[in-house]
Ligand binder design. Sequence first.
Ligand SMILES: Nc1ncnc2c1ncn2[C@@H]1O[C@H](COP(=O)(O)OP(=O)(O)OP(=O)(O)O)[C@@H](O)[C@H]1O
Length: 247
Amino acid sequence: MKILEIKDLSFEYTKNIKVLENINLEINSEDFLAIIGPNGGGKSTLLKLILGLLKSKDGSIIKTLKNEQIGYVPQNTNLNTDFPITALEVVLMGHITAKKRIFGYAKEDISCAKYSLEQVGMKGFENRKIGDLSGGQRQRVFIARALCSNPKVILLDEPTASIDVKGQNEIYELLKQLNKDICIVVVSHDISVLLNYAKKVAHVNKNLVYHSLENIQENIKTTDEHLCEVELLSALGKTQVCCDHKH
Ligand SMILES: Nc1ncnc2c1ncn2[C@@H]1O[C@H](COP(=O)(O)OP(=O)(O)OP(=O)(O)O)[C@@H](O)[C@H]1O
């Protein structure tokens, strides 16, 4: 099912300097879409437009979802890890109805937050301080926070930045599990990891070039731990992957 359609979308922060130009993209409920591209290419801007945090005058974004059905895991979550807040409290922050009352959170909000932690493999960590968790565990907590509103799609901006290769794979395995029920859209530079999980790739560098990966993933697997973006794009080019884009 189509959940989002972007048509002829352009965006500029500064007048006459386009950061995104003529973007066309369709996202379906079962997708695992990787958004790749160089620094400053416009990936985060595209996510913010999808989330409605930025608005554009040019083009349209048609969503069949309510805003609360879109989960978001931002880049470099700006959380002071010295702040004495527990994993459970971080997750509760993502619960739209959760309000701290005089005697604490409502029982149903707490059980929902606990279930989200369980979904990301963090059962038993509810009362651990967020600052005491590893980078990978902390990222799972932020994914649990996004899961709280029962989203149909989760957008993640560089979810594995500063996490080691083992931790990256664990996060992507988790996303693969979640993708059984939820559409996943990930901005990432971790090309080799993404290759094993993404079903589609959108390369964003002001324009958007779309690739379906389904039939070529096997061909471009390498023994290297890290496949750089140039190698990936060259592999995509060699295998003549069809792109439904206009240059
Ligand atoms: N708030 C802003 N005001 C003005 N320009 C901005 C703003 N945010 C981003 N930009 C500019 O827009 C362009 C795209 O930035 P964006 O953060 O979307 O790129 P990105 O592909 O996500 O980059 P990275 O991979 O480095 O995170 C860059 O040139 C950036 O400097």
